[in-house]
Design a protein around this ligand. Structure first.
Ligand SMILES: [Zn+2]
Length: 176
């Protein structure tokens, strides 16, 4: 088991803070306020980092914790770029980067629920979520786990109610 404690995304924009935090916030939309950051203490601020002014973790009935949007996103827009710890084992909070390689983010990405007709799609090369539907404030953020995972850490029976719901969700190995 190898654990890397180095965040994958280095805070390249952080160096712009030499010119001042306020300017960097204005120029790049970076948030430096610790209370607003999910990743405070984990990595430096970066562009499209998920922050608490735009997202909230909520408790749902039956599905545990989930992530909701607090602002509107249009189709195709970057919702957020996540960060995490690269590892060679799966947990409840990982997504698969490559065969046998996973990134764990228990703060934000790990709270995104599955839906068979989701409102986001994940690009695992750039760790980017984009909107596939218009996302309204208070909408649950969802992705299709069978687009990234060969095999799920935990299989489950999906009750997303989409007309294309595949029912038993196990991983893309089983998707026809
Ligand atoms: Zn479903």
């Amino acid at each position: 088991m190898t654990h890397s404690i180095t965040p994958i995304i280095e805070g390249s924009f952080f160096h712009s803070t030499l010119r001042g935090v306020v300017e960097a916030e204005k120029e790049h939309g970076l948030i430096f306020e610790p209370a607003l950051r999910f990743y405070h203490g984990f990595c430096e601020p970066y562009l499209y980092e998920p922050t608490k002014d735009k997202f909230q973790v909520i408790s749902t009935a039956g599905k545990g914790e989930a992530l909701i949007a607090l602002k509107y996103f249009e189709v195709g827009e970057i919702v957020f770029i996540f960060n995490g710890t690269l590892m060679n084992e799966q947990t409840l909070f990982t997504l698969q980067v490559a065969e046998g390689q996973y990134i764990e983010d228990p703060f934000v990405m790990g709270k995104v629920l599955h839906a068979c007709d989701p409102n986001m799609v994940a690009d695992m090369q750039t760790l980017t979520f984009r909107a596939t539907k218009p996302i309204q404030p208070n909408d649950l953020l969802t992705m299709d786990y069978e687009t990234t995972e060969d095999e799920l850490y935990r299989q489950f029976h999906c009750q997303c109610k989409a007309s294309n719901c595949r029912g038993h969700i196990q991983g893309r190995k089983w998707v026809k």
